[in-house]
Design a protein around this ligand. Structure first.
Ligand code: HEC
Ligand code: HEC
Ligand code: HEC
Ligand code: HEC
Ligand code: HEC
Ligand code: HEC
Ligand code: HEC
Ligand code: HEC
Ligand code: HEC
Ligand code: HEC
Length: 315
């Protein structure tokens, strides 16, 4: 406990001073703090004492109820490293003595690396496993508290009950996809809360990933197969762009063309099959082959065929 607290406090002191928060010198030398925490004299700027969660709650009664439902307070029932207020806010004796007049601050007031360091004192293991370090988000100083609000009590302590909204705050262009005609069920207008069957984290790992675009799988296709397993099965007659990458034809977030297609069907097929016996050719009359559902009218098995005579993907 004291080792953990020491690391949290160090982060606060060093960076707190750098960003101009007031950390007055409360005690000097090796002394025993309110919760029996030894404050070493080597800490820059002297030491501040821990007063303990109970004392914080004396003045912050409003937080008492919400904090008792927070996983961080629940963790204390089984975890020796009980997460108290000061594990995140740093030692609060000066703040408490002055009745709040001396600012305490929170991880949200710190520069990115230092802010994350507070959370990572405890969450290092799992975040490392999910490749947080070096991820797009970590590199561009998106911090834990950009997405999480530990006082929120929403699912996973995100800062919005709708996970997508957490992301749309920055990825505004992604919001537009959810209004398109064809989309993955991230929203559901028939439900009261409007939340759909899927979330961004069905496909992405916001913390980091081994693959590009923070995908929650090694490749795009492996990701799609997780839910569209029927596409994974080997087929007698493959359509090679399907096995290569589903995104050759589909737009994962949404599209105004049916079935999440990247473009209009006739055009889609003819982007690759530009010359042949029945495609439309530039300068010639439009082929009757592209009417209505177009090429799919005959080549219905675009994802591959298992019919002995399915070579041309017609059955
Ligand atoms: C897991 C880390 C963590 C713990 C534990 C924690 N806080 Fe916070 N607290 C934060 C962060 C981060 C903020 C900044 C606002 C935000 O992100 O929600 C904050 C904000 C606050 C605020 C500012 C007002 C507000 O709601 O924004 C108060 C007051 C506060 N915390 C008091 C407490 C008290 C009292 C406790 C213990 C009962 C506590 N905190 C436990 C991380 C924590
Ligand atoms: C004696 C009463 C008192 C005690 C004890 C107390 N606070 Fe506060 N705290 C206040 C008041 C009053 C404010 C509002 C100050 C303001 O709005 O300017 C405040 C504001 C805060 C804030 C937001 C502003 C800031 O300073 O960053 C945080 C975070 C906070 N308290 C955390 C804590 C924590 C953690 C503890 C326990 C270590 C604690 N408080 C103990 C009275 C107290
Ligand atoms: C870009 C947004 C974002 C950032 C930044 C972020 N998280 Fe998360 N975090 C999420 C989402 C979304 C989930 C829910 C994942 C799910 O539904 O499976 C989550 C879940 C978690 C969980 C629950 C366990 C789990 O992995 O499912 C923990 C713990 C956690 N985050 C800690 C952190 C810490 C610590 C940091 C900073 C180092 C951080 N997160 C940064 C979005 C974020
Ligand atoms: C002193 C240790 C400690 C610190 C500091 C800490 N946490 Fe936690 N956190 C825990 C424990 C213990 C749990 C509960 C067990 C678990 O899920 O790992 C937890 C759980 C979580 C969860 C999971 C919620 C869920 O519903 O799955 C999130 C998200 C989270 N913490 C975010 C944060 C963020 C953000 C910070 C920094 C502002 C932070 N934590 C700081 C120890 C800590
Ligand atoms: C505080 C702002 C912020 C929030 C909130 C946020 N992101 Fe990001 N995200 C960024 C930045 C900045 C980048 C890197 C620049 C870029 O490529 O757009 C990024 C990159 C990404 C990328 C990789 C883009 C690429 O081109 O490689 C994905 C995927 C992503 N975010 C998903 C999410 C998801 C899912 C959430 C919600 C759980 C989320 N983001 C929340 C700011 C944010
Ligand atoms: C069905 C799976 C799926 C869902 C759900 C999903 N994404 Fe994606 N996302 C992808 C794939 C696949 C890519 C990679 C696109 C590429 O490689 O060109 C991607 C790429 C991205 C990118 C990088 C920019 C781009 O368009 O290439 C961002 C940012 C992003 N997604 C954010 C989000 C957010 C925010 C949500 C939730 C609202 C979300 N995604 C939901 C599959 C998904
Ligand atoms: C987490 C599960 C999941 C993942 C991963 C997933 N999907 Fe989906 N997909 C769904 C669900 C659910 C539907 C909606 C089915 C329905 O409405 O009947 C759907 C529908 C579709 C549709 C049909 C849309 C329509 O309007 O008819 C296409 C095309 C599609 N997904 C392609 C993809 C591609 C490409 C990927 C990989 C980038 C992917 N999916 C990843 C769950 C998933
Ligand atoms: C060569 C273009 C192309 C590629 C590549 C492709 N699709 Fe499709 N997909 C289509 C077309 C065209 C439709 C509409 C079919 C129809 O209306 O009969 C479709 C429809 C779908 C549908 C909804 C209707 C259905 O048949 O269930 C899903 C789900 C789907 N694709 C998933 C995938 C997945 C997963 C991948 C990657 C493994 C993939 N697609 C690769 C062209 C493609
Ligand atoms: C990304 C490029 C691409 C797209 C888009 C595409 N195809 Fe293909 N298609 C191929 C390739 C590559 C082959 C294999 C050609 C070969 O083996 O000579 C192929 C093979 C075929 C074959 C079998 C040809 C043969 O000679 O055996 C048919 C039929 C076909 N595609 C129809 C379609 C239809 C219909 C669409 C639109 C839904 C479509 N393709 C979209 C690239 C594409
Ligand atoms: C009216 C039915 C029909 C429509 C519509 C149709 N095709 Fe075909 N397609 C055929 C037949 C029949 C063959 C020859 C099959 C065979 O030899 O077994 C064929 C063969 C092909 C081949 C194999 C190479 C070749 O030229 O012989 C490709 C590629 C192809 N079609 C692509 C397309 C594309 C792209 C479209 C949409 C522009 C399209 N087809 C629309 C019936 C159709």
């Amino acid at each position: 406990m004291s080792r953990l607290n020491g690391r949290v406090r160090d982060a606060f002191l060093v960076v707190g001073i750098a960003v101009g928060l007031t950390f007055p010198v409360a005690v000097q030398g090796d002394e025993v703090g309110g919760e029996g925490v030894v404050i070493p004299s080597s800490v820059p700027g002297g030491g501040l004492e821990y007063v303990g969660t109970d004392e914080c709650l004396d003045c912050h009664e409003d937080l008492e109820q919400s904090f008792s439902r927070n996983l961080h307070s629940k963790a204390s029932y089984w975890n020796a490293n009980a997460v108290g207020c000061e594990d995140c806010h740093g030692p609060g004796s000066a703040h408490a003595e002055e009745g709040g007049d001396v600012r305490l601050g929170s991880p949200a007031d710190l520069v990115a690396r230092a802010s994350d360091a507070v959370c990572l004192t405890c969450h290092d293991g799992e975040l490392n496993r999910s490749y947080w370090r070096g991820s797009d988000h970590e590199q561009l100083e998106v911090t834990c508290v950009s997405c999480h609000s530990v006082h929120s009590n929403f699912e996973h302590m995100l800062n919005n009950p709708d996970q997508s909204e957490t992301c749309f705050k920055c990825h505004t262009d992604q919001r537009t996809f959810t209004f398109k005609r064809s989309f993955h069920p991230l929203t559901d207008s028939t439900r009261k809360d409007g939340l759909g069957k899927m979330t961004c984290s069905s496909c992405h790992n916001a913390h980091g990933s081994q693959s590009e675009k923070l995908l929650a799988a090694n490749t795009v296709n492996e990701l799609c197969y997780e839910c569209h397993a029927e596409m994974q099965a080997p087929v007698l007659w493959e359509h090679s762009p399907v096995k290569e990458n589903c995104l050759n034809c589909h737009s994962p977030h949404g599209s105004n063309y049916p079935n999440l297609l990247v473009t209009q069907r006739t055009r889609l097929c003819q982007e690759c099959h530009e010359a042949g016996r029945h495609q439309s050719l530039a300068g010639e009359n439009i082929s009757f082959m592209v009417l209505n559902r177009s090429c799919n009218n005959c080549h219905a098995q675009v994802h591959g065929s298992n019919h002995p005579a399915g070579l041309k993907l017609k059955r």
